[in-house]
Write a protein that binds this ligand. Structure first.
Ligand code: OFO
Length: 182
């Protein structure tokens, strides 16, 4: 009897595919959370913060799609994640940006774990693909940390909140400049 030779059709392992799908969920959750925050800010009259968060929600959707395309191109199957538990109400503008910072740190941890696992699995294509996300997270953490800092620097009394909203609207350019990403 002749031995059957099985030719692999892909180098992406099931484990890494699963982790990439988990990251898809994280990015989808970021997008949904920022959309919800943008809407809350808009409803409260924080025009610049809401613009920043609307565009951030779009950006996060872009990140999610980047991974979709990568997984499918590698012969896997990217899955539309189930996204629930999105917070719709906030006690203050500060709380919104504290939540952004907490969330971004979680995303960084998740990206780092994925990069670590893909390196250990010698999946260098995925490891390499993830470097873009590693840099992106650095920029996003800078933005979120600066946002929280602005509340302390300006102070929320009097016209403080109005000024804070103005400054938050300028953050995207600030984070790009400081991180050197763009
Ligand atoms: Fe996808 O960059 Fe933040 O979460």
């Amino acid at each position: 009897m002749t031995k059957q030779i099985i030719t692999p059709t892909r180098s992406l392992s099931k484990e890494i595919e699963q982790l990439l799908n988990h990251q898809i969920m994280m990015e989808g959750k970021s997008s949904a959370s920022y959309l919800s925050m943008a809407s809350w800010c808009e409803s409260q009259g924080y025009e610049h913060s809401s613009n920043l968060l609307y565009s951030h929600a779009e950006e996060e959707r872009g990140h999610m799609l980047k991974i979709f395309r990568y997984v499918n191109a590698a012969g896997g199957h990217a899955l539309q994640p189930e996204i629930t538990g999105i917070k719709n109400a906030f006690g203050s503008l500060r709380e919104v940006f504290e939540d952004v910072l907490k969330h971004e740190i979680q995303v960084t941890i998740s990206i780092n774990e994925l990069a670590d696992q893909s390196f250990k699995a010698k999946d260098f294509a995925t490891f390499n693909f993830l470097q873009w996300f590693v840099n992106e997270q650095r920029e996003e953490e800078i933005l979120a940390r600066r946002a929280v800092e602005i509340f302390d620097l300006i102070g929320e009394e009097g016209v403080g909140l109005w000024m804070i909203d103005q400054e938050l609207g300028k953050l995207e350019a600030y984070a790009a400049k400081v991180s050197g990403v763009k």
